[in-house]
Design a protein around this ligand. Structure first.
Ligand code: FAD
Ligand code: NAI
Length: 474
């Protein structure tokens, strides 16, 4: 039986990054992963690379270009006629990007001397802190041993009992990324992150999109001033229909159509061609046989860990979507690095307070740190600065002046506590805010930093100036 310093279960962004960092630190590493594509070929990279972050961003990018060329180049004086959609080519481009990146992970594994095993791992036993795992692929089984095990098994779509996914008429996110024709009418259960991103893709490509959201509030974890503005822009300019406070009660089929019975604020029957179920994701622990090593998942199906990602068993760690915290690729990656460093005796650490969120709508949404409602709930005194992108020269030249940047800073110390962006390239702009917060910057620090002109980042500086009520350009 092969023995390793570290065995990683799962090669998503949590697992593959942990494996590489552990190998960099001189440990012998094996990474076991079960993912395979439609042709049965093993593919590393997990949800993120295969059916998550990467394919969704590829389609968001393509659909945005299509939409821009068809709808909004006229104001630039560019006349384009005869624009048409080749969805098969768009999907093929997406697949090429996915394959290049997943092949890239396999290359990195070889480069770092990591043993890559294809199959499903389960715990067999633990003795003297040495864990034995079984790896199963089709009829083959083999055993491996590790001094340390990192569980990075990720998450999967949470089923909605009234709408069983068949990936023909009723889709999960993977199905919605692989459509080969644009649905005439697409309903989406859940106006969360996946609902908004996938809704944007198919709306831009021509679908009529209705999002059915059970909660009365839209994007309740985002800053409320921001979510209100996002709701207005996405429903008014982007044409997404968002029905809040509405629950999907029943789905019936007739031929290739679905009738959705909805209750609540927008009660009634909605007839659509496809339904995407995007009502959240749940951790993957099934078949791991956690009980064989004395572990069990909690009520939400997550593996309980401490702040350092250590489970109740000292030599077994868990990271990424399978543990508490936001289900985000960059959070999984950081936990992977931190755990590998701790196993090596270093002081790996993840700064959970400043994990950025990005939603890739048009324009984009991004935030980090505390929202205004959290600060109020905590009774923390703060000042707020806001700068609308319509007063930013670069946004004007680009032709997208929607949205704003908002900074929240401590009333007494001026330390930046939260940054909330709704606007073009928010995904790129948020990193400056995260860096500032990581270094404990004040809003004055950002305001006194020279920002190149003309850039969107000047709006961040202006928002910082606005904390002192001294914006120059607004
Ligand atoms: P995963 O990426 O889920 O990887 C887990 C791996 O473990 C998989 O390969 C799985 O097959 C394997 N596995 C599971 N059980 C076993 C087992 N017993 N044995 C062997 N292998 C096993 N996040 C962002 O930060 N930005 C985005 O833009 C973004 N977009 C997304 C878009 C969509 C449509 C979706 C669905 C998700 C998106 N996410 C995004 C979330 C992101 O994909 C996840 O947070 C991230 O993939 C979690 O990483 P992970 O390593 O924990 O797990
Ligand atoms: P989500 O939690 O973001 O949104 C789910 C939505 O569905 C919520 O608003 C919830 O109130 C609603 N809902 C729940 N049950 C419902 C029901 N029965 N009927 C109607 N609405 C219902 O989950 P989502 O969109 O599935 O995404 C899962 C996770 O994947 C995200 O939370 C995020 O962590 C990750 N992700 C991240 C992305 C990014 O970083 N850009 C992109 C896509 C996914």
């Amino acid at each position: 039986m092969d023995h390793f310093d570290v065995v990683v279960i799962g090669a998503g962004p949590g697992g593959y990054v942990a494996a590489i960092r552990a190998a960099q630190l001189g440990m012998s590493v094996c990474c076991v992963d079960a993912w395979q594509d439609e042709q049965g070929k093993p593919r590393l990279g997990g949800t993120c690379l295969n059916v998550g972050c990467i394919p969704s961003k590829a389609l968001l990018e393509s659909s945005e270009k299509y939409h821009e060329i068809s709808q909004s180049l006229g104001e630039h004086g560019i006349v384009v006629e005869g624009v048409s959609l080749d969805l098969a080519k768009m999907q093929a481009r997406k697949k090429t990007i996915v394959n290049q990146l997943t092949d890239g992970v396999a290359h990195l594994f070889r480069k770092n001397g990591i043993s890559s095993l294809h199959g499903r791992a389960s715990f067999v036993s633990i003795k003297n802190e040495m864990t034995t795992l079984k790896v199963t692929h089709e009829k083959n089984e083999l055993l491996v041993q590790g001094d340390h095990v990192i569980i990075a098994t990720g998450s999967m779509p949470r089923p909605l009992p009234v709408a069983a996914v068949d990936n023909h008429l009723i889709l999960d996110s993977a199905g919605a990324l692989s459509l080969h024709e644009v649905p005439g009418r697409l309903a989406i259960a859940g106006a969360g992150v996946i609902g908004l991103e996938m809704g944007s893709v198919w709306k831009r490509l021509g679908s009529e999109v209705t999002l059915i959201e059970a909660m009365p509030d839209f994007l309740p974890t985002a800053d409320h001033q921001l979510s209100k503005e996002v709701f207005n822009v996405l429903t008014r300019d982007e044409g997404l229909q968002i029905q809040l406070d509405t629950r999907l009660e029943k789905v019936s089929r007739s031929g290739n159509q679905l009738q959705l019975l909805c209750e609540g604020k927008s009660a009634g029957v909605l007839e659509v061609d496809r339904l995407l179920v995007a009502t959240g994701r749940m951790p993957c622990t099934e078949g791991l046989c956690l009980e064989n090593v004395g572990l069990k998942s909690d009520m939400r199906g997550m593996i309980p860990v401490d702040d350092h990602c250590q489970t109740a068993v000292k030599s077994i760690w868990a990271i990424g979507d399978v543990v508490r915290g936001p289900m985000l690729a960059h959070k999984a990656e950081e936990e992977g690095v931190a755990v590998a460093e701790q196993i090596a005796g270093q002081k790996g650490h993840v700064s959970f307070e400043n994990i950025p969120w990005v939603i890739y709508t048009s324009p984009e949404i991004a935030w980090a740190g505390k929202t205004e409602q959290i600060l109020k709930d905590n009774g923390q005194a703060y000042r707020s600065g806001i700068f609308p992108l319509r007063a930013n020269a670069r946004a004007k030249s680009m032709g997208d002046t929607r949205g704003f940047i908002k900074i929240l800073a401590d009333q007494h110390t001026d330390q930046v506590l939260g940054v909330h962006i709704f606007g073009a390239q928010a995904s790129e702009l948020i990193s400056e805010a995260v860096l500032a917060m990581e270094f404990g910057a004040s809003s004055e620090d950002i305001a006194r930093t020279v920002h190149a002109h003309p850039t969107l980042s000047e709006a961040l500086r202006e928002a910082a100036l606005s904390v002192e009520k001294r914006s120059i350009n607004y």
